[in-house]
Design a protein around this ligand. Structure first.
Ligand code: GLN
Length: 269
């Protein structure tokens, strides 16, 4: 029953994103509204075989984020290994999370590596690789707010989410919660600090990074909805999917996965 409701939310989000400027998040190259023109900065010409294109939303530290003008992160390292295996150069297409699946199916990228959780609904639109990371949704609140201690306490509250994410789906599917959708997670956190929302629901690792060094907000110690991240390709693109799966397996086998993990996460040795 609840599931039907969740699917409906996805459909609405899917339809909604087509109406907004699709590339608002791209460096200085928003496409005119209503067109499918790719942003000029990072997209190779179609049919150019030199490149393999990763689609992502570089606002999701430590998986993908900007360091100066460069996009770096855990997913970028995995994507570099995919490019190397394919014998191509890696290009990164940075766009709003909610537009990635549409972008993939419009051939603006070859695959999505964006901390994207496998969901039943997404599986009807893309093919997923083997999972490469296990995550959870977490709740960020003001440090002095004692009224929210578990997910149940979100009922009756204003909750900020990132549009089209599993956090959005979860909260939108819970009766009695007022959901406020943002294009970017850091904006939701800013509104929490400003008192415009009571909580933010977002994936565990980015949640930790977003509160780091800030006394006025904290992550609640009550994870919910275990999820798995995987890389998405267009339906039926089995050649690329097999290549990606072999890269994930190799990285795990040869110790590279652990090296990348240590590079981007606080690991206690
Ligand atoms: N894991 C979440 C999802 O798949 C959020 C991903 C993101 O914001 N990059 O919806």
């Amino acid at each position: 029953m609840k599931k039907n409701k969740l699917l409906k939310v996805v459909a609405v989000i899917g339809a909604g994103v087509l109406g907004v400027s699709m590339f608002a998040g791209c460096a200085g190259s928003a496409a005119p509204q209503g067109t499918n023109d790719a942003p000029t900065t990072q997209t190779p010409p179609q049919g150019d075989n030199k490149y393999i294109v990763m689609g992502t939303n570089a606002e999701f530290e430590p998986f993908e984020y900007r360091e100066g003008s460069e996009i770096v992160g855990f997913d970028v390292e995995i994507s570099k290994a995919i490019a190397a295996k394919a014998g191509k150069e890696l290009k990164i297409e940075d766009m709003e999370f909610g537009t990635l699946i549409v972008g993939l199916n419009n051939k603006q990228m070859d695959f999505i590596a964006a901390g994207m959780s496998v969901t039943e609904d997404r599986k009807t639109q893309v093919d997923f690789s083997e999972p490469y990371f296990t995550s959870k949704q977490m709740i960020i609140v003001k440090s002095d707010d004692g009224s929210i201690q578990t997910a149940d306490d979100l009922v009756g509250k204003k909750v900020g989410v990132q549009l089209g994410t599993t956090g959005d789906l979860f909260v939108s599917g819970t009766d009695g919660v007022e959901v406020i959708q943002f294009d970017k997670a850091p904006l939701a956190v800013m509104e929490l600090k400003n008192g415009k929302v009571d909580a933010v629901v977002i994936d565990a690792e980015p949640a930790k990074r977003l509160v780091e060094g800030q006394d006025d907000i904290k992550v609640l110690d009550v994870p919910f909805t275990e999820e798995e991240y995987a890389i998405a390709v267009r339906k039926g693109d089995t050649e690329l999917l097999n290549l990606i799966n072999s890269v994930i397996a190799e990285l795990k086998e040869n110790g590279e996965y652990d090296r990348i993990f240590k590079q981007f996460f606080d690991v206690e040795e």
